[in-house]
Design a protein around this ligand. Sequence first.
Ligand SMILES: Cc1cc2nc3c(=O)[nH]c(=O)nc-3n(C[C@H](O)[C@H](O)[C@H](O)COP(=O)(O)OP(=O)(O)OC[C@H]3O[C@@H](n4cnc5c(N)ncnc54)[C@H](O)[C@@H]3O)c2cc1C
Length: 478
Amino acid sequence: MVSPVLLWHRRDLRLQDNAALHEAARYSSQVVPVFIFDRQILERADTAPARVAFLLEALERLQEGYRQLGLTLLWQIGDPLVELQHLAATLGAKAVFWNEDVEPFARQRDSRVRAGLAEAGIQCFSGQDMLLHGPGEVLTQAGDPYSVFTPFWRRWRSLPKRDPYPIPKALQPVPSLQAQPLPSLADLGFVCTQAIPAAGEAAAQALLEDFCDGLRILDYERSRNFPAEEGTSRLSPHLRWGTVGIRQVWQATVAVEAEIRSEEAEASLQTWRQELCWREFYKHVLAHWPHVETSSYRKAFDGLEWENRQDRFQAWCEGQTGYPIVDAAMRQLNETGWMHNRCRMIVASFLTKDLLIDWRWGERYFMQKLVDGDLAANNGGWQWSAGVGTDPKPLRIFNPATQAARYDPEGEYIRRYVPELAGLDTPALLLVGDDQKGSWALQERRACGYPDPIVNHKVQQQEFKRRYQAVQGSCSSG
Ligand SMILES: Cc1cc2nc3c(=O)[nH]c(=O)nc-3n(C[C@H](O)[C@H](O)[C@H](O)COP(=O)(O)OP(=O)(O)OC[C@H]3O[C@@H](n4cnc5c(N)ncnc54)[C@H](O)[C@@H]3O)c2cc1C
């Protein structure tokens, strides 16, 4: 008689290219997939309604996918150990499979679950699925983890990449199981007002095809910097929730190689692969140096003196800073749960270096809003922007006006998200207005009911440098 095994889905909400599903099916032809809504995660202050809404839709799609294979995706709300123990006992399952995560919370939970299940005589099998190369696989010659991106990238790209896992064939259902309708967002205690993207494997496949097969990837080097264009893949929520497998994404880039006819196209492909590598790099940083979850990678910078003015933070969150490119970006985040990478860098630099607000405030706000919010990528992006992370050249200060002129030269993005300014000429959108030269622009914006800049960029950047160098000085003298 076949004994069923449990497949515990977490951030791998797909059938294709799923390592744990593949392994579970090798062990038993009766695989029972389950998702557990963990109260500890749902109740966190930085759990975004947008992410929960995306999760629910992805689960619905996954339930449909399993139904087509004749299987039932179960779900429970509660503590994973309790729920898994209970289910295993009810079904007579002797093994549980899952794909590993690198976040400190997940790692602790998983060791607790593993120990608890072992006590009950249930075997656990878990492995690497989320990344092309897991922590421990990309090391220096001396066997240490990399703390700088460029050498990590060189090593990472030289390693052979696995092919995607096929969907297992001939899985048998457990006849007694029936699918329950998933809970609603309200049942889970959330309301989402953001217009989030479609979830599920089919939506991810469509994006991947559009970006890779449609060859948009070959213009990425140029188009990725312009927030008014659809220049990037938009795969981030799918990579975050695992509605697409990373091996499949890599394979799509390999297929594109045959189409390369120019150096620009080659550079674009490599740049996009480098973004996939940044995703892995930050996961490795979090796995090797888990202190980054709450402090700066370079710990001395926890001593950086922030001003942390609540009124300025509020203006930043609401997109009311008087800097149109910053406000457009924050409103894109608030309205859609996603923000263009160039703009993430601009608003993060602005919060830390112009408003002198602790990067952790911004990091938390992003997590509360982002549909793709991911601890490692978000934390890495914020530490990079604040100049306290792994970056070897950390003191970069973005000038919002220069950034807007270079990357939104026609003001198209600003007009889209700051509609009260839509009728103004482009120079009135792009000039800073905090000096003599820009004062007319400021008057025009004021007439539209738009706020004056809440700080003066030149003054603030000097102040930031002073504070930053005070920490650097104390490091070198200490
Ligand atoms: C302050 C700040 C916070 C960020 N927070 C997050 C976050 O919470 N979640 C998140 O997925 N990304 C985050 N990023 C990285 C990046 O902005 C997004 O991954 C990207 O904008 C997603 O859009 P896309 O899928 O179209 O990306 P593409 O340009 O098409 O890139 C492809 C994929 O590569 C990965 N990627 C790209 N850039 C980065 C990067 N710099 N770091 C890590 N991974 C990257 C993403 O998975 C992305 O989907 C952050 C960046 C900054 C500066």
